[in-house]
Design a protein around this ligand. Structure first.
Ligand SMILES: [Zn+2]
Length: 344
């Protein structure tokens, strides 16, 4: 091969590589294998897949991931910053639902995919995390031909054995994943329907053990409605942007602060201090807490070029017209020119 020919082959190869990388980023989700469970080989391959079950870990990120991986208790885990980890192979059984029943079928582990989301059943999650959950759910729905009303939360399917307080088997053993049953959050997840009634309490197989949970799952109690708001009306939620990636366009950040930052054990004390302090409300507050102004978003300067990898961290603050938004609550498609970014 002469020099010119070699050069042209090289150029073609580089172009091909660039194209394939681009295709990858457009069509596939980025999923990390860092916490893949050692339990994988011993788990049975599932015969069918008819449900997607959403959970909340009720614990911080690091300990959640370690526990899930060690015990093989989920297929995926989605963190506050929107990172997706594969835990158990998606065609094998993960032990995520425990004592469970749906439509008379017991042990839903053998017919479902379990997604754990770092967070709490009664606290709002950031837009970045919800957007990641939405894209994962979308892929899985397509892959297994699952409809929106078969995307449930753990509390839909968990049930309790008779005990001191409940003479019968009953629904309401857990409130895990409860926020994913609210209309507000389902809209953000682009789920147009949910189970309308509990097939098992309705048929008398189970008693209603937790009336409050029952109202969230099947009534009109929307525990998340106050935490997310749209400038005009709920109709804006249906609007789309982000090049067809379907994001609630006008959705602004939740009014309530996100759960404490994800992170290591070392930060535990810092998290406790942070929890004790009120949230910063102005640039003056940020300055007083040792934050520095990293830069301002402009036409030629994106948020990630100002903030780097921590652009969507809860400890990064975006300030526009005096309003502060945490990095994990920011809608990346809606960061305006002139937004100041503060970091530690
Ligand atoms: Zn759960």
């Amino acid at each position: 091969m002469n020099e010119a020919k070699r050069k042209s082959v090289c150029v073609k190869l580089v172009a091909l590589l660039a194209l394939s990388l681009l295709t990858f980023s457009l069509h596939a989700l980025e999923i990390s294998n860092r916490y893949r469970s050692p339990r994988n080989p011993e788990r049975r391959v599932r015969r069918s897949t008819s449900l997607i079950v959403l959970h909340t870990t009720e614990a911080p990120e690091r300990s959640s991931l370690n526990k899930l991986s060690e015990r093989g208790e989920a297929h995926y885990c989605v963190t506050e910053s929107g990172r997706i980890y594969a835990i158990v192979d998606r065609d094998r059984e993960a032990y995520h639902a425990g004592r469970s029943m749906w439509n008379a079928k017991e042990d839903v582990d053998n017919c479902s995919i379990g997604i754990e989301c770092v967070g709490y059943h009664d606290k709002p999650m950031g837009i970045v995390q919800l957007k990641a959950i939405a894209s994962l759910v979308k892929e899985l729905k397509k892959m297994y031909r699952i409809d929106d009303s078969s995307v449930v939360c753990h509390s839909h399917v968990a049930y309790g054995a008779p005990n001191k307080w409940q003479k019968r088997r009953h629904r309401g053993r857990k409130r895990c994943g409860m926020l994913f049953a609210t209309q507000t959050v389902r809209k953000i997840l682009e789920l147009s329907s949910k189970p309308r009634r509990d097939p098992d309490t309705r048929a008398g197989r189970l008693a209603v053990g937790d009336p409050y949970l029952n109202r969230v799952l099947y009534g009109n109690l929307d525990t998340m409605a106050a935490h997310y708001h749209t400038p005009r009306s709920g109709a804006a939620l249906a609007a789309r942007n982000d090049g067809g990636k379907a994001l609630p366009a006008k959705l602004s950040a939740p009014k309530v602060a996100a759960t404490s930052s994800s992170g290591g054990a070392k930060k535990k004390n810092a998290a406790i201090v942070a929890a004790a302090q009120p949230e910063p409300k102005s640039e003056k507050d940020l300055k007083a807490r040792g934050y520095i102004l990293k830069g301002v978003v402009s036409k030629g300067r994106t948020a990630s070029s100002v903030a780097g990898a921590r652009w969507n961290s809860p400890s990064t603050y975006y300030v526009l017209r005096g309003k502060l938004t945490k990095g994990n609550m920011v809608n990346p498609a809606k960061i305006e020119v002139g937004t100041a970014i503060w970091m530690k």
